[in-house]
Write a protein that binds this ligand. Sequence first.
Ligand code: RTP
Ligand code: MG
Length: 140
Amino acid sequence: MSELTLAIIKPDAVKKHVIGDIISHYEKVGLQPVAIRMMHLSKSAAQGFYAVHKARPFFDSLTTFMSSGPVVVLVLSGENAIKKHRDLMGATDPAKADKGTLRALYGTNIEYNAVHGSDGPDTAQFEIGYFFPGMDLVTR
Ligand code: RTP
Ligand code: MG
């Protein structure tokens, strides 16, 4: 069954000029972009997005990073999209990510790790609504 997931190309990857490369990876594995938005998050927008992590020691640093420059936010559609996307991204720490995954290719360290992906159906629904509220997304 086709599923939707939310992806973010993080500020470090935008600064590395690899937006096109990353979107090309999505398309090659059958993750079709159905919404795309470039934006510069405020610190409070980043805090709202990552609210689930607010008790973590890295929360302040993470939200400072995520508001440090423009990001590209996408909704991706495909069979088993949430897991397919997480597999394509690789482990949180690029040093531990499998060869060929987005984080191995484009990440720098455990924080500056190039991409975000929803980790389950509930988070996907929250995250898509956070950036694309009330939108009728096209079906692909
Ligand atoms: P994401 O939510 O961004 O897709 O990443 P993830 O599920 O693989 O990892 P998660 O545990 O949800 O962490 C969210 C983001 O916080 C930063 N982080 N920093 N300094 C640290 O130890 C640390 N741990 C995580 C990363 O940017 C991570 O993607
Ligand atoms: Mg996460």
